[in-house]
Write a protein that binds this ligand. Structure first.
Ligand SMILES: [Zn+2]
Length: 152
């Protein structure tokens, strides 16, 4: 079995292991990753569940570019079945909010750029569509704005 310890260290996401990688052309890197946590916490009863019983469809997530390559993570969240209440649930990870196509640090990176660069330019260099950049910027602005706490 190939050992991707070094890539795992460079990727530096909590409780994540790189299992495979793929160079695509001259400007893209795909990293296949999985969670190393052995348990999930049931959102229904808060008990720890050890039995991962299935894997969801692999998802493609944008992560920070590295060595001038766009970096994409291929990640298949595991499904757990709670032994206590029999609820099934998908694992949650610290480095990505559910339902978005980006890691949290990538969103932060795009948000910082969007504060000082035209959105169209970011979209072009990152291979995103402008609506995605706009969406990330708006999500970030909500998180960072004090008016998120006290609406105007
Ligand atoms: Zn449960």
């Amino acid at each position: 079995m190939a050992n991707y310890t070094m890539l795992t260290e460079l990727l530096d996401l909590p409780n994540v292991r790189v299992t495979h990688y793929q160079l695509v052309g001259k400007d893209r890197l795909n990293l296949f990753v999985e969670s190393t946590l052995e348990a999930g916490v049931c959102p229904n009863c808060q008990r720890v569940s050890l039995a991962a019983h299935d894997v969801s469809e692999p998802q493609r997530l944008h992560d920070l570019p590295i060595w001038n390559r766009r970096c994409w993570l291929r990640y298949a969240p595991r499904r757990f079945k709670c032994a206590t209440c029999e609820n099934t649930f998908v694992e949650r990870v610290l480095w990505r909010e559910p339902g978005v196509d980006y890691t949290t640090r990538y969103e932060q990176f795009i948000y910082e750029r969007a504060r000082r660069e035209p959105l169209a330019q970011i979209a072009q260099t990152e291979g995103l569509i402008e609506d995605q950049v706009q969406g990330i910027f708006e999500r970030g602005a909500k998180k960072h704005s004090p008016s998120a706490v006290t609406p105007a």
